[in-house]
Ligand binder design. Structure first.
Ligand code: ME8
Length: 685
């Protein structure tokens, strides 16, 4: 371990492993990755922790629904998280799972230590109140019905004996902490919310559960398991080696000693209370003998939400976009750039695939990508691929660049430091535009007539190359893949991650350097085609193993049969995975009668149907408009999947899916129906 460098430790939330990650969870992880990469480029030794929160009722129930054990569920899902982080180029250094034995030991030891050093902090009493199993929040300490303040769902009644944490005793200490560390909660307006919450009085908090099995057993009282938030928050310590005591390996305890406390816990705004109130209080009780700077995290940084059609993107609402299809269709940098450029950090931001592709084309393909390939191609063609050796290094200001070139590294760094990612990117892309303009004015592509014009072309390209040499590392934390390629094309050895962003200077690209082979880094994207590809892959994630009867597009609906056998297996894998009868039984199929059908404006392939399924009439959007006229469908018997999560398309909700065979090379949908009479609502099995 290199102890000579300054350390920096940051964390993402430890994500619930009850389902796969979506663009919302990817957002926090990408933001942390940008910070981690930036800090490394400033010379810091960075520990970046992420992981999965694998205990609790929500996990227990999700597993039950799928008919598998909680352990199987979390094993499977944590791998999906890891795979996605790899795909997104996340440079985390540590991954913690709350079901790991090292973590359980750490949690038990933290509570043992607390009982030893702060004997009044933990006590046992009966709890009766309302609890939200989705957010693991004690919603109210009375038995009257109440809705969760985070997700709005009705909370469940709990009545059991629990271990309690005496949070009420920490009110003054917490208020003092917010005074002593004024940056402890960021942004400032969140600190004000936290302060008012604490000032309004704190109630003691139950930190164990008795009626749950899937958790870490309480030391010496294994009928109880830990409250998931006590468990999960402690992973910020266990994830970098905290065990507390005899069982630490030397390596672990050195790592913990070096990196703890965390510099930043990055979180979404909905979990601020757990981080800015409970967590510091738990730590105060565990380390009353230590100085604040020795154990208290530096900052709780809360960001806003990614919204999808004005609502929080969340797995419970089912309105999620997935990162994998976007990365597979457009590359890793596209998603990273879009999220950091478009969302003003700290505030809520809308997520739109359409806007993402527009940004990609405008800023990456036509912007940086085009600039790099034009400049490098000109250097290759007219300067034999060598950075020109000039009589004297021209001052960029005199070259018409203005001051922005030489001062930009300082300004951009200041914005990264403030987590103003959109601002940093805007400055970098202003520079890209400035260089474009400079080239348009100086026209280095015009064949020189004499020696002086030839020299002047060399000077122009020299300047453009120097600008690229600055732009590339500055953009690297956000778009690591393309910038590394441009770096190599600039003839630079090694990895950009090792370049010191705080030492960048105009003129750093050495005259005489032989540049690499110019190659495009951001091919232009055809919006319609890319949207179609993304949607096809999203459907596959939503309905694994499904086949698409029609080439999906932005307006296509999930009409695809979800059971390969029913599809005629036209596009099914050669050997579809075998499923058990229990797996099949999870799909609820019913006979339905189409009551009405109409086209949807602006969506060529979609029809909006109302389908009678016996006890209710469902609105279903189906991508069958190219094969069926709406009037031909009314009265028709169809087979409908009735237990699919609702989905929004074109602002309309689709609440079911029609089964269809996929016919011919184009996968023309042919609706499944019945030869004999069946009543609406009849079960199909
Ligand atoms: O809360 N926009 O886990 P979780 C932006 N296990 N960020 C979003 C988002 C959205 N629409 N949706 C999710 C938990 N996130 C606990 C944490 S930590 C000790 C325990 C991000 O899987 C955001 O960072 O529900 C949010 O706080 C986190 O995912 C919630 O993840």
């Amino acid at each position: 371990m290199d102890n000579s460098r300054k350390k920096y430790y940051l964390t993402t939330p430890i994500y619930y492993a009850n389902s796969r990650p979506h663009v919302g969870s990817a957002y926090t992880t990408i933001v942390c990755d940008v910070i981690a990469r930036y800090k490394r480029m400033c010379g810091f030794d960075v520990a970046y922790l992420t992981g999965t929160d694998e205990h609790g009722v929500n996990i227990e129930r999700a597993a039950e629904k799928l008919g598998i054990s909680p352990a199987d569920l979390v094993n499977r899902n944590q791998q999906i998280f890891r795979d996605l982080w790899r795909l997104l180029g996340i440079s985390y250094t540590d991954f913690v799972r709350t079901t790991e034995p090292r973590h359980a030991v750490a949690v038990q030891n933290l509570v043992r230590r607390t009982q030893r050093v702060s004997p009044d902090a933990i006590f046992k009493r009966k709890y009766e109140g309302r609890y939200c199993v989705y957010d693991n929040l004690y919603v109210s300490d009375t038995p009257e019905p109440a809705d969760c303040q985070i997700c709005g769902r009705p909370a469940e009644l709990i009545s059991e004996e629990n271990y309690f944490f005496r949070l009420s005793a920490y009110q003054e200490k917490l208020l003092q902490l917010y005074k002593d560390q004024p940056d402890f909660v960021q942004p400032d307006f969140r600190l004000n919310e936290v302060k008012s919450f604490v000032e309004s009085g704190l109630k003691d908090l139950s930190i164990s559960r008795k009626t749950i099995k899937w958790g870490i057993p309480w030391p010496g009282d294994p009928e109880h398991v830990f409250y998931v938030w006590y468990d999960a928050l402690t992973s910020y310590m266990s994830g970098i080696g905290f065990v507390d005591g005899e069982t630490n390996s030397k390596k672990d305890s050195e790592r913990f000693k070096k990196f703890w406390p965390a510099d930043v816990h990055m979180i979404g705004k909905e979990i601020i209370r757990f981080h800015a109130v409970y967590w510091p209080a738990f730590l105060m009780a565990a380390f009353p003998d230590k100085k604040l700077s020795e154990y208290m995290p530096g900052r709780i940084q809360a960001h806003g939400w990614l919204l999808f059609e004005q609502e929080k993107m969340s797995k419970s609402k089912g309105n999620v976009a997935y990162a994998e299809p976007i990365v597979k269709a457009l590359g890793n940098d596209a998603l990273r750039y879009y999220l950091l450029r478009e969302v003003v950090f700290g505030q809520d931001g809308n997520f739109s695939k359409d806007a993402l592709i527009t940004r990609y084309n405008a800023d990456l393909a036509n912007g940086l990508g085009n600039l790099a390939s034009r400049v490098l191609a000109m250097v290759q063609q007219s300067l034999d691929g060598v950075v020109p050796v000039l009589d004297s290094v021209p001052d960029p200001a005199l070259m018409g660049f203005g001051d922005e070139v030489s001062t930009s590294p300082v300004l951009v760094r200041a914005k990264y430091e403030k987590y103003d990612f959109a601002g940093a990117l805007s400055d970098i892309w202003n520079l890209v535009a400035r260089v474009d303009l400079f080239l348009a004015e100086r026209r280095p592509w015009v064949q020189p007539n004499n020696e002086s014009e030839k020299k002047s072309r060399g000077v122009i390209l020299y300047n453009a190359l120097q600008a690229l040499y600055l732009i590339t590392p500055m953009a690297h934390p956000v778009i690591p893949d393309a910038t590394q390629k441009i770096w190599e094309q600039l003839g630079q050895p090694g990895t950009l991650a090792d370049v010191r962003i705080d030492q960048l200077q105009w003129g750093g690209l050495k005259p005489g350097t032989r540049i690499g082979k110019p190659e495009g880094v951001f091919p232009r994207a055809d919006k319609k085609e890319i949207l179609e590809r993304i949607e096809t892959m999203e459907n596959e994630i939503r309905n694994p193993g499904s086949t698409q009867p029609i080439a999906p597009s932005a307006d296509s609906a999930p009409t695809a049969p979800i059971i390969p056998a029913v599809t005629g297996a036209a596009a099914a894998p050669a050997t579809p995975a075998k499923i058990s009868i229990e797996d099949f039984a999870k799909v609820e199929l019913r006979a339905g009668v189409v009551k009405s059908a109409e086209r949807i404006q602006g969506a060529d392939k979609l029809l909006k149907l109302l389908v009678d399924i016996g006890d209710e009439v469902r609105q279903v959007l189906a991508g069958i408009a190219l094969s069926y006229a709406p009037e031909d469908l009314v009265g028709r018997k169809v087979v409908i999947v009735t237990n699919l999560a609702p989905r929004k398309m074109r602002g309309l909700e689709s609440n079911g899916m029609l089964l269809a065979a996929s016919v011919g090379p184009d996968g023309k949908p042919v609706l499944c129906t019945f030869a004999e009479d069946v009543p609406a609502g009849a079960k199909v099995k």
